[in-house]
Ligand binder design. Structure first.
Ligand code: PMP
Length: 296
């Protein structure tokens, strides 16, 4: 699904076939989760293939690496250039790009001297699909910010995400919404969360969440559209039965939510602020905003 016999990945300074890539069974990441990664998208645009907010993603990757004591010898600009080469070598345009920096062989709980760098890409549809989502409040909390660097995108943190998504799916929901240690809404397992009430949008503040690049794009778009967007703590009680809600993320893009804990949101998605932001986001990433139609 992610690669075929011809797929090329970047690994430790070389271009290798994905099928030939080998790592030691003693890599620390596999045992203890000490790796950092990104999820980036490229889009076909009128000017050719463009990686959306590449600089922001690679700066976050380098920030995450630093937090995990992983030494990296590439700059964000170099990573961006390598990404364009990766896309070209694999003949990809609308693609999902996955950089991964991980700790090499080391069975101690100390930073690994050996650090591996991999970049791979594949075609991937919208992560949460296009249908309106039924979401449940998870019984799992996001990791406590005093137990790890929640603002870094660390491989091991996603054990929490897997548990939350699996619980939701096992209970017949599409996705989970996780709270922080104080009972406030934090985010989804792989996306940030917004809801709308009385024409105002709300999202959780930084501190218990991954500072999403799509989330930051929502701030830009809301500013441009004159939408009121407020960062504040809120509980699931405040969200249930509000006007509308959505997840944002590079992989998920803007994904509308139909209900939380079986309580439907009041507005039809097409009448919500999220719908307008979704349309605007689709055009922003494809550098196609000033094309033939505009919603505002
Ligand atoms: N929160 C979590 C836990 C995520 O995994 C992601 C996806 N990277 C996001 C939020 C959204 O981040 P971004 O918009 O930068 O993709």
């Amino acid at each position: 699904m992610y690669y075929n016999d011809n797929t090329v990945v970047f690994f430790n300074g070389e271009w290798v076939k994905a099928k030939d890539l080998m790592v030691s069974p003693y890599v620390q990441v596999m045992h203890y989760g000490s790796g950092v990664f990104e999820g980036i998208r490229s889009y076909a645009t009128p000017d050719g293939t463009r990686v959306f907010k590449s600089k922001e993603h690679y700066e976050r990757l380098l920030f995450s690496a630093e937090k995990m004591y992983l030494k990296v010898n590439y700059t964000a600009e170099e990573f961006t250039q390598l990404t364009y080469q990766l896309l070209e070598k694999n003949n990809l345009s609308n693609a999902y790009i996955r950089p991964l920096i991980f700790a090499g062989a080391n069975m101690s709980l100390t930073p690994a001297e050996e650090v591996h760098v991999m970049l791979c890409a594949w075609e991937w549809g919208k992560y949460l699909g296009s249908k309106m989502l039924d979401v449940m409040t998870s019984s799992y909390q996001r990791p406590n910010p005093k137990s790890c660097h929640v603002e870094a995108k660390v491989t091991g943190h996603y054990v929490n995400s897997i548990l939350a998504t699996t619980e939701a799916k096992n209970k017949g929901f599409d996705e989970a919404l996780l709270l922080d240690a104080n009972g406030n809404v934090a985010e989804g397992p792989g996306a940030n969360f917004f809801f709308e009430k009385d024409e105002v949008l709300y999202t959780s503040p930084l501190g218990n969440i991954l500072p999403g690049i799509t989330r930051a794009t929502m701030f830009e778009l809301c500013h441009e559209l004159g939408f009121k967007l407020v960062e504040k703590y809120f509980t699931p009680e405040e969200v249930r039965g509000a006007d509308s809600a959505f997840f944002t993320g590079t992989a998920a893009e803007v994904a509308g939510i139909a209900s939380l804990d079986k309580v439907p949101f009041k507005l039809k998605w097409e009448d919500s602020l999220g719908y307008i932001l979704q349309a605007k986001y689709t055009r922003r990433v494809a550098f196609n905003e000033y094309g033939n139609f505009s919603l505002v």
